[in-house]
Ligand binder design. Structure first.
Ligand code: 26W
Length: 828
């Protein structure tokens, strides 16, 4: 090897991009990395060796990316997110390194089936749903588009729980995803950082004679970074995702040594490590738990320290921080980063308050992902003050100055000033994190047009009045690499054959398919692909869950978290009503479109009603599936543990996409986009990104139903009485009565009484009000589906008009409107 001198760039090892080259490297990993030979290797040995080999092929680009970044010092995006729902890594790494064929062939030569090894990968479920998966799509797009960026989050030891069903009821199991080791991570214990908690704030006279305040934490933990490659498609950058894991500090070790109380010392260790132990499975109902706030501060403090001390060059003038970084706050979970940056600048760097605030408020942008008032995080002052006393002081001062500013603008409107206070007074004094984020951010965005408009007009209307230019929209998107190219190879090949492969990084090119909607031969092949995808999921459901479905039925799919506002019960009522009508002879079986109703949904473990709804779906399913009178024409399929991996086979098989939330409640939805891009038609309300989907695909290709957001607001205002719908709508009454009668619970009328009575008496999300409109829309679906050629034409148009929903476009919007960063290719 050549001698490395100061002015030469050290060489980077490379790998031979051939079957032989791969095979050599793979055997080397197996023998030297796993310490086994081929004959003794377990599937896990082979999987780990292969994954590490593949990862080596991406390493050169990763190193080049880092070098390039160090040279150019371009402005970066730091995406701060408590969740990254990555899904399996192998296929994406194979795609990014262009090794798919080489690896398959190399392994086959050794008698190994790549697909068997692919199945050995446990997906990292480090997120709950939409918000976490969006973060994963975004970092994929950023890498592909050569945008300097880093994802910062938490390396939870346990991800989203594994859902099982016991007698139809959800039972959660811990997600021990690291059990067999993870070949995709690079731990860096030597780069650990210390994070304080608790303690008190003291006043002291600094060397310059100025009286300052400083935080004396009561205890601290170490944050150990684990790096993950984020490989861009087609020679793009390999960016970094840095997830933090909590360890006990050396202080704890010392205590072990000194006290001799081994058990006590281990307890302390456990206490520290609890911080990154488990992902909170609550989606949209924050519990205000102390450990959750610890998690939030932990990863954010680690990340800011990391960026300032490690990523920036030594001696960098922090006054110029906004030229180098924008911290994107993925919902309010990382918002404690705002007072943390202030603390670093004021307390640690000794800056004046005004100077620090001027810099801080140029460094953040905030994305809101919800509209439900109960999902907006507030932290009681009591808790925040106990855990982060200095941060609470800083928040108070930010608020004092903000309110003073407001009083100048609105001298006669104290009510408004109080409404806008970062500190809520009732029911307890608490910090409103969304308000803090809004005050600190350069931009605040919603995630679909309607959502952004409702944020401006309702949730944050006072703020939008005060800072009209701060508010903007960036409609969500999904990565076409994972959700089309990898998950739907049949469709990808067909599309590529028709319009070339440019669509993978420029999804608007899908519009080139538009004329082919009228081409009978193309439609035939398109249907063939859909049919093959249905057969594929049929096999998966049989093997994975023992569920039997029929690939020649319409696949009607609703997959998303279980939540009242998403209205899984609305779909269930439709199914029950259909069943009731068939079994009582009101409609003839041969007039029923054969359908497979597929559900996938996890309920937050503490969300009792959601769990009862899961139980009810399963109960209805087992009754319907085993009723010979239906002759298999209607099937309910509810595979347990819906996750990214299952989504990847289920979505490409769907004919009908269910997006039926109550208007004004779903911020965007991203599943809706994945279905569209895979050639499903949508039945949906005027909510979230459905609005944009419908505008793009055209009314005639979208089954719209239900109240609009203003109609909902008006109805709720007038007083909503669900029982009125029960009384006046016979079909609805029969369906609800059937459930209440115990027909799905072996005659037991008590089990589902809470679900029925909730619908009749509360129905917070107006399922009964939209029932008839939904049933009517489903009748239009049946009618449309009966015309196979025309249905296919519409399905093709959904794909052709879906290009807008690429997360590459979302990234472009963030770059142009919020971040103002520039691409830097790895080798440029
Ligand atoms: C525990 C507190 C809490 C509160 C809110 C946890 C998680 C949330 C999230 C904001 C919920 C969430 O995932 N929101 C979803 O974000 C997606 C990506 O923008 C949207 O597509 C969904 O409509 C929105 O529900």
């Amino acid at each position: 090897m050549a001698l490395v001198t100061a002015d030469t760039t050290p060489p980077i090892a490379t790998r031979e991009h051939t079957v032989d080259g791969f095979t050599r490297e793979f055997l080397r990993e197996l023998n030297f990395g796993q310490g086994v030979d081929l004959t003794r290797a377990s599937v896990n040995d082979k999987y780990l060796a292969m994954a590490r080999t593949v990862r080596h092929y991406l390493m050169t680009r990763w190193i080049e990316t880092l070098r390039r970044q160090a040279e150019l010092q371009a402005k970066s995006v730091a995406y701060l997110s408590a969740e990254f729902l990555l899904g399996r890594q192998l296929d994406n790494a194979l795609l990014a390194s262009d090794l798919q064929d080489i690896v398959r062939e190399g392994l086959a030569n050794l008698g190994i089936d790549l697909d068997e090894l692919r199945e050995a990968e446990v997906e990292p479920g480090l997120g709950n749903g939409g918000l976490g998966r969006l973060a994963a799509c975004f970092i994929d797009s950023l890498a592909t588009m050569n945008v300097p960026s880093i994802g910062y989050g938490i390396r939870y030891e346990y991800g989203i729980f594994q859902q099982t069903f016991v007698d139809g009821r959800q039972v959660e199991k811990p997600d021990d995803w690291l059990r067999l080791g993870s070949p995709w991570e690079f731990p860096h214990p030597e780069a650990a950082v210390t994070v304080g908690f608790g303690g008190h704030v003291e006043q002291y006279q600094a060397d310059d004679g100025v009286v300052r305040r400083r935080w004396v934490p009561g205890w601290s933990v170490l944050g150990v970074p684990y790096n993950y490659m984020v490989p861009g498609y087609a020679k793009g950058r390999v960016n970094t995702l840095r997830l933090w894991s909590a360890r006990a500090t050396h202080a704890f070790d010392l205590q072990i040594f000194n006290s001799g109380d081994y058990a006590e010392a281990v307890r302390a260790q456990t206490f520290a490590e609890n911080i990154s132990k488990v992902l909170y499975p609550e989606d949209s109902t924050p519990q205000g738990k102390e450990l959750r706030l610890q998690q939030q501060y932990f990863f954010v403090a680690c990340s800011i320290k990391d960026f300032v001390d490690q990523v920036l060059p030594e001696g960098y003038d922090l006054h110029r921080l906004p030229e180098r970084i924008v911290f994107q706050l993925n919902d309010t979970h990382p918002v404690i980063a705002v007072p943390e940056l202030m603390r670093v600048l004021v307390d640690e760097k000794g800056w004046e308050w005004d100077e620090a605030w001027a810099v801080t408020k140029q460094c953040f942008a905030y994305t809101c992902h919800t509209l439900l008032p109960e999902a907006l995080e507030v932290w009681p002052v009591e808790l925040l003050g106990r855990l982060l006393p200095r941060h609470l002081e800083i928040i108070y001062r930010i608020n004092d100055e903000f309110l003073a500013e407001l009083r100048e603008t609105y001298p006669n409107d104290e009510l408004r000033v109080r409404r806008m206070s970062i500190i809520a007074e009732y029911p307890v004094r608490a910090v409103r994190m969304a308000y803090l984020a809004t005050v600190a951010a350069t931009k605040v965005n919603g995630v679909a047009e309607l959502h952004s408009q409702l944020l401006r007009d309702k949730v944050l209307d006072d703020f939008a009045g005060y800072w009209p230019d701060k508010f903007t929209n960036v409609t969500n998107g999904v990565t076409p690499r994972r959700f089309v190219k990898l998950s739907n190879p049949g469709l990808s090949d067909l599309v590529t054959e028709a319009i070339g492969d440019g669509w993978v990084t420029d999804l608007d090119q899908l519009s080139g398919l538009e004329p082919l909607a009228d081409d009978a031969e193309f439609r035939r092949r398109f249907r063939e692909v859909k049919q093959a995808n249905k057969r594929r999921i049929t096999d998966v459901l049989a093997a994975r869950d023992g569920i039997e479905v029929h690939p020649d039925t319409m696949f009607d799919v609703m997959v998303k978290r279980l939540h009242e506002y998403k209205r899984q019960t609305l779909k269930l009522l439709h199914i029950v009503s259909l069943y009731e009508k068939v079994t009582t002879g009101k409609i003839r079986l041969e007039d029923v479109t054969p359908r497979t109703f597929a559900f996938g949904a996890k309920a937050a473990p503490g969300y009792v009603l959601a769990k009862q709804i899961i139980h009810l779906i399963n109960a209805v399913g087992s009754t319907i599936n085993s009723d010979p009178a239906l002759e298999g024409r209607l099937t309910v399929a509810f595979p347990a543990n819906y996750n990214v991996t299952l989504a990847e086979t289920l979505i490409p098989a769907a004919d009908l996409s269910e997006q039926i939330s109550l208007a004004g409640k779903e911020a965007s939805g991203t599943g809706n986009m994945k279905f569209m891009l895979n050639g499903a038609l949508t039945i949906g309300t005027d909510d979230g990104a459905n609005v944009e989907i419908r505008r793009l695909v055209g009314d005639e290709n979208f089954f719209l139903f239900g109240l609009t957001e203003p109609q909902v607001a008006e109805l709720v205002d007038r007083g909503y009485h669900p029982s009125a719908y029960y009384e006046t709508n016979e079909d609805l009454r029969h369906a609800l009565d059937l459930i209440a009668s115990g027909a799905f619970s072996g005659g037991d009328r008590a089990v589902f009484e809470p679900v029925v009575s909730n619908l009749l008496n509360e129905d917070r999300f107006l399922a009964l009000a939209d029932f008839q409109a939904y049933v009517d829309a489903q009748a239009r679906v049946d009618e449309a589906y009966a015309d196979t050629e025309d249905w296919t034409r519409r399905a093709v148009l959904n794909v052709a008009r879906g290009g807008f929903f690429s997360s590459d476009r979302s990234m472009r919007d963030y770059i142009d409107g919020i971040w103002h960063t520039h691409p830097v290719p790895p080798g440029s």
